[in-house]
Structures are given as C-alpha cells and as structure tokens.
Write a protein that binds this ligand. Structure first.
Ligand code: PEP
Length: 251
C-alpha cells in the first residue's frame, strides 16, 4: 500500500439487486463508521437502484456509483444511460471497461476512453478496468496487454482525483482464484510506473485497485501489497458483513 494514498473499497453489484436489497445497503451504511479510518467505501448497484441508494447515503460515508455509461450525453440510444443521468441520480463514480462489458458487448479501449471522458464531463470519477485473460497470461502477454489497455483506455488529463485504475485479471473474476501477492506487487508496480511516466505526479497519487475474487479471508494480504490502493469487489460486495470485513483488512 502506498502510504499517502487512502484506499478505496468499491463494490460492483453487477446485475444483482432489487428494491429489497436496500436492507443490505442499510447495513453497509450502519457499519461504515467502524471502517471509516481504513478506507473510502463505494457501492455500485444496478442503475435502477442508484437514486434510492444515493438518497439513503446522503451525509453518510458510503458513496454510490454506476457500472457503465454511454459516451454521449443524450440522444437516440435506446436502453443506454448517459453519465449525466447517472450523476443526476446520485452517482459520484462510474466503472468503465469492466471485462464483462469488454467481452459481452465488444467494448474497445477507445470506447472505454470515451466513457471515462463522459464520466468527467458529468463531473464524476472514472474507474477504468484493465486485465488480462487466462490465455493471455498463459502466453506470457500480461504486461503487454496491460500496457496497451492503459495507453488507449486512459484519457489524457487523467488525475488522481478524477481517475482510478482497477487491475482485474479476467481469470480471477468470480473464480475464487487470485494471483499471488508477489505477482500482484509486480503488476501493480508496472502499472504505477506507466502512470508516472504518463501523468507524472498525478500518476504517483492515483489509486490502483486490485479486483478478482477478493474476500474477507484474502483481503488483508492483498491490501498490504505495495501499490495496491484498495479493491474492486464483485460477489463479496453483495453482503454488508463481507464488504465491511474487506475494508477492515486494509492496513
Ligand atoms: C468484478 O467483477 O469486478 C470482480 C472483482 O468480481 P469478483 O470479486 O466476484 O471476482
């Protein structure tokens, strides 16, 4: 963990959650005070729940975010949601370029960059996801893949207060598998070097989250790794007890 950078624990609820899930979110709001010294908390529910969750979170220490946005501010794009609409509903951050969006919807690095710029246009933080597949890892291409994704998905003008990088090895998402702490240290160190070479001091201060099968039992080890500034959490973010326990694992 880089000393000066306050960790962020971000929950990605994916396509899970109905109005009744507000009870779990309430439990997160209640328990957040106990981990406030450790990390910032962000919950990204499905778009249908953002406004209700944001209303509950007003004045509390859990922020609410979104999982995707359209690059344009408005127009004839049936079923899509603009960053401005998400901000209007109460989102303060938007995840872009998640591997499920890249795989299921064929999102390119260029589109991901446009979405990050859309988040900024709406006045919210962009959380840009990058990560290699199992095949790319097996072929020894991890660093090349990350270099390419970061170079094309991160907009020029990225700063520590408008951009968060999430390193999520695709093979670790939802599988229960995680890289070793040594591998995470090497890869986050590589990402840090790229960020500094492109964004100078801002790159030194940017948060780099690790994502992929983070749970209470492995959080402390992963969060203690140099240049790991928090986590992007999928499955374990659906339960308040697990989500808060992960935040407690921050050094
Ligand atoms: C994710 O999808 O961003 C993720 C990290 O999922 P999980 O924690 O379930 O592996």
């Amino acid at each position: 963990m880089t000393d000066a950078i306050r960790p962020l624990i971000a929950g990605n609820w994916k396509m899970n959650g109905l109005k009744a899930s507000a009870a779990e979110f309430d439990a997160m709001l209640t328990g957040a005070a106990a981990v406030a010294a450790k990390a910032d908390l962000l919950v990204c529910p499905p778009a249908t729940l953002i406004a209700a969750f944001a209303a509950k979170a007003a004045g509390k220490t859990v922020a609410v975010g979104a999982q995707d946005c359209h690059p344009k501010a408005s127009g004839a794009h049936t079923g899509d949601i603009a960053a401005e609409m998400l901000a209007d509903a109460g989102a303060s951050a938007i995840i872009v370029g998640h591997s499920e969006r890249r795989a299921d919807h064929g999102e390119s690095d260029d589109l991901v960059r446009q979405k990050a710029e859309a988040a900024w246009r709406a006045g919210v933080i962009a959380i840009v996801c990058v990560g290699e597949t199992q095949g790319q890892r097996d072929a020894g291409q991890t660093l090349d893949i990350l270099r390419g994704q970061l170079s094309l998905s991160l907009p020029g003008g990225s700063k520590a207060d408008n951009l968060v990088v999430a390193y999520e090895p695709v093979w670790a998402i939802g599988t229960g598998l995680t890289p070793t702490a040594k591998d995470v240290e090497q890869i986050h160190g590589f990402i840090r070097e790229l960020l500094i070479s492109r964004f100078s001091d801002e790159g030194a201060k940017m948060r780099i989250l690790y994502g992929g099968s983070v749970k209470p039992s492995n959080a402390a080890e992963l969060m203690a790794v140099k240049n790991v500034n928090g986590a992007l959490v999928g499955g374990a973010s659906l339960k308040a007890a697990d989500f808060l326990a992960i935040a407690k694992g921050c050094p």
